[in-house]
Design a binder for this molecule. Structure first.
Ligand code: ADP
Ligand code: ADP
Length: 228
């Protein structure tokens, strides 16, 4: 059954000198619990599409709904988890306080036990009192993932989350993300330009092409590893 429904979505950026047609008439249905990768060359509109799914950008036309609600409503309830290429942590707050931050903005202060539980789950339970600058890039991305997961998001939107990590750390994080996905069954939309990463992680691979951004192909991943 369709969970995320993207209908006839177009987005044109207006700059002082030109209009950039970043997305053109995109239709895409995503099911609950699916792990979908969006791939394609640089500039084909992957980030724009992901940002529109998360209501960080307003489309020029078309709509996105999640479980029948507009994505703007879902975002207002802070039920969208975002993970970006940079962790975007607040440097003056501890890891624990960073994890709590978005919930606090939503007027809920998570219990310490809740923060501990999610941090343990994502492998940073021992670092709650550390500051972001004391952590490696991989660890900072785990904090960013915890900050998103503590919201119990309806969808996890990840924009090249491992793109800035070294190869070994990236591989560790991919294994970790798969475990988290298998245990939580979250719906994940994952942007990457690395086909091997998409093939390793996702059930489904949506290929975009540029100028203007369209969906060129939509595959059930034939390489998907056996899942127990
Ligand atoms: P991708 O994530 O696949 O690299 P983007 O979604 O970032 O692609 O960009 C799609 C197109 O929109 C590109 O041509 C890019 O240059 C353009 N673009 C992205 N952001 C803006 C912006 N804020 N203003 C104008 N053009 C933009
Ligand atoms: P704004 O509404 O001005 O974009 P917010 O106060 O909502 O910022 O959020 C503060 C910071 O948290 C920003 O860096 C933003 O990118 C990030 N953020 C906002 N919402 C989410 C979310 N659902 N998941 C992860 N990070 C988020």
């Amino acid at each position: 059954m369709t969970y995320i429904a993207i209908k006839d979505l177009s987005l044109t950026y207006q700059t002082k000198t030109k209009s950039v047609h970043a997305l053109s008439h995109i239709d895409l249905d995503i099911e609950e619990g699916e792990f979908v990768s969006l791939i394609g060359p640089s500039g084909c509109g992957k980030s724009t599409l992901l940002s529109t799914i998360g209501a960080l950008l307003e489309p020029t036309s078309g709509s996105v709904t999640i479980a029948g609600q507009t994505v703007q409503e879902v975002r207002k309830q802070r039920k969208i988890g975002n993970v970006f290429q940079e962790a975007r942590l607040l440097p003056w707050r501890t890891v624990g306080a960073n994890i709590a931050y978005l919930s606090e903005l939503a007027g809920q202060r998570p219990r310490q036990s809740e923060i501990q539980e999610i941090a343990d789950f994502v492998g940073i339970g021992a670092f709650l009192n550390s500051y972001p600058h004391e952590l490696s890039g991989g660890m900072r991305q785990r904090v960013s993932l915890c900050r998103a997961m503590i919201l119990d998001p309806m969808v996890l939107l990840m924009d090249e989350p491992f793109g800035a990590l070294d190869a070994i750390t990236r591989e560790k994080m991919q294994v970790e993300l798969l475990r988290i996905w298998e245990e939580t069954k979250k719906t994940i939309v994952f942007v990457t330009h690395a086909i091997d990463e998409a093939a390793y992680l996702s059930d489904r691979i949506v290929v975009m092409s540029a100028r203007p951004g369209r969906i060129q192909a939509d595959y059930v991943n034939p390489l998907v590893r056996p899942r127990e």
